[in-house]
Write a protein that binds this ligand. Structure first.
Ligand SMILES: [Ca+2]
Length: 184
């Protein structure tokens, strides 16, 4: 079982241009964002003003019961990889064991021009998740689930943590609020 909460998300060029549509969730989450789920368990994705105490909207995904997932994602064309992704997020998990566990995630997926998935950077908050990184899968464990502003320099991330991805091949980025539950 689990939750992921989340505040204004901005993908910005070095010059500060925002590439996302409705990254602040001030419009309905159907604007710019694509919802999907595993079809198993209880799913929720919505926006509220009260997930964070500021007066603006935040979005959340929620997954209950194992296994399953709920995802709210947006894929955008990017003009190269000299980009900084910044976002506010809060994470929450409830319950879990080593064989049956939740993970609250924020995923950054890298695609080429043909929409082939090249790799992923995954922020995650989970007591029991046992994922391991690879040359195309970078893991960033969140230890403080409270509202925090995160920043990811895409070129640095590719160079330092994703050697299996050739940066010039990246034509699109997808960001996703990803609520996941595992059961063995
Ligand atoms: Ca708020």
């Amino acid at each position: 079982m689990k939750y992921l909460l989340f505040l204004p998300l901005v993908v910005a060029l070095a010059v500060g241009q925002n590439l996302l549509t409705n990254g602040d969730f001030e419009q309905e989450i159907t604007v710019g964002w694509t919802y999907s789920d595993s079809g198993v368990g209880t799913h929720q994705a919505d926006r509220q003003v009260g997930y964070h105490p500021d007066p603006d909207y935040e979005a959340m995904t929620y997954q209950y019961d194992n296994p399953g997932w709920t995802r709210l994602a947006q894929r955008v064309d990017v003009p190269g990889t000299q980009l900084t992704l910044s976002f506010w997020a809060s994470f929450e998990e409830t319950g879990g064991t080593s064989s049956c566990w939740p993970a609250a995630c924020f995923a950054v997926c890298y695609y080429n021009a043909a929409n082939t998935l090249l790799g992923e950077t995954r922020y995650y908050y989970s007591t029991y998740a046992n994922w391991t990184p690879t040359s195309t899968f970078s893991l960033k464990r969140v230890t403080n689930p409270a509202w925090t502003q995160y920043s990811l320099n895409i070129m640095d991330e590719l160079t330092q943590n994703l050697p299996g991805i050739n940066p010039p091949d990246v034509a699109r980025l997808e960001v996703a609020l990803y609520a996941y539950t595992y059961s063995g």
